[in-house]
Design a protein around this ligand. Structure first.
Ligand SMILES: [Zn+2]
Length: 205
């Protein structure tokens, strides 16, 4: 049971690592991400330019009048709804200006101007960026080690004449394992078809 769980975790890690590589490759071609808006807050998780960028922003109102001005006559009913959108080809994703090895963090607040100056309305934004390898390496290394060790164990078992799955001693007796049903590998010294043909020719000559 423990073994099944370990296998499942390792396969999951390899899938995550594969998805990370795919996401990284796609990020070089297009930016895509998930955007969520609710109650004057904005959240975005975007993959673009070889990095995963998380942005959280919020509108801040100094007075209730500032909020009314911001809504510009519209009701705030829309803001009370959760809105979610997946978008590709996201142009101009805000990335932190200073990044080290693909990592970056930035906080920024500015006044909202729009067409006319809106007093008392500010937008506060936090942006954090991590490179794709942060996903790929931690998942890929343990997954890769597991895969390598698994194949080594299986090769060693075959060399010793054991079932590659459960280590039952098959020897030359079994074509498939009586314990787990795993098929025994074909012996490496099976004659090639050309050798068989030659042998037959020699016999008939
Ligand atoms: Zn077996």
């Amino acid at each position: 049971m423990k073994r099944i769980l370990l296998n499942a975790i390792c396969v999951t890690l390899l899938v995550i690592a594969g998805a990370g590589i795919l996401l990284w490759a796609r990020s070089l071609v297009t930016s895509e991400g998930l955007f969520v808006a609710h109650n004057f807050h904005r959240y975005a998780l975007v993959s673009g330019d070889a990095a995963v960028i998380y942005t959280s922003g919020s509108y801040q109102f100094e007075t209730s009048q500032a909020k009314t001005d911001f809504l510009d006559g519209a009701s705030d009913a829309l803001e009370r709804q959760w809105r979610m959108q997946f978008a590709t080809d996201v142009g101009g994703v805000a990335q932190p200006t200073d990044t080290v090895l693909g990592f970056g963090l930035e906080q920024y607040t500015w006044d909202i101007m729009r067409q006319r100056a809106l007093t008392g309305v500010r937008y506060h934004r936090t942006t954090a960026q991590v490179p794709h390898w942060v996903i790929v390496l931690p998942a890929g290394i343990p997954g890769g080690v597991w895969l390598f060790r698994r194949s080594k164990v299986r090769r060693d078992r075959i060399a010793k004449g054991l079932c590659r799955r459960c280590a039952f001693p098959l020897g030359d007796t079994y074509h498939s394992c009586p314990e787990c049903g795993e098929r025994a590998p074909l012996p490496m010294d099976l004659p090639t078809s050309a050798a068989v043909v030659r042998e037959r020719q020699e016999l008939s000559a």
